[in-house]
Design a binder for this molecule. Sequence first.
Ligand code: PEP
Ligand code: MN
Length: 294
Amino acid sequence: MLDAPLVLKSIDNQQSLIKIGENCVIGGKEIVMIAGPCAVESAAQMHTVTERLSVCGVQAIRGGVFKPRTSPYAFQGMAEEGIEILRSIERQFRLPTVTEVMSAEQLALLSPHVSMLQVGSRNMQNFELLKLLGKTDKPILLKRGLAATIEELIMAAEYICAHGNNQVVLCERGIRSFDTYTRNVLDLGAVVALKQMTHLPVIVDPSHAAGKRELVADLARGAIACGADGLIIECHPEPEKSVSDARQALSLNDMEKLMVSLGPIARAVGRTMPQAVQAPQLSIVPIRPLVTSK
Ligand code: PEP
Ligand code: MN
């Protein structure tokens, strides 16, 4: 038996609800959709993304400002300038933002301005970071490590809870395997197991699992069918121009279509999708026929 008393269920059907921002709750009947670009690239990009996503029901916006890149020469994120953009998005659209934190220094910069902090795959077992996050009052999105077992993910979550913060959401984002056709292997078995074992909400990131945009929507639907509480998906106004993870980014149109297609799947497993916000109806003034005198 795992020594994770704070994360494992103590009674059947125990389910934590984690609130992000003012109105978004993860773990309830309604599926939570988090979407946005891999990286914050400009204020205009974030504005375009948020404007479109907010009307189709997306409840939180993602965007990295500190990017963990394989190459030290690749774009590392907009840092402080990006934080300012996230802050203005939260204020203007009244939507929570989610962004990755990799160090104590970044934590101090991000904490006052964003609604949810993401621990990336590469840092799932950065125990000193997990302890620090345990001392914050922010909800944490904890992504599964590239090659972490389900038990290791649970224990990483236990670290955060044990240090005082029980607002943890788990995220399955694919694990490494021998097959390089997909970027990672989406482990839906882990989603089912985590939902059975823990009371924490579990969401799925099909974007980093697939690595190819044409696979993302089907994996997203599969994740909801398997009981995920939500999804985090990368999308971009001009996907092929994304500065990072371009190959897996959905267009905003595809994101909108995906939202609609998830409705019947969610209903089939007793969940609901967030309502699309109707664009204000233009009042149509009847046009009087032009009477021309001859
Ligand atoms: C990301 O969300 O952009 C990211 C880097 O994810 P992961 O840590 O799962 O690779
Ligand atoms: Mn990414």
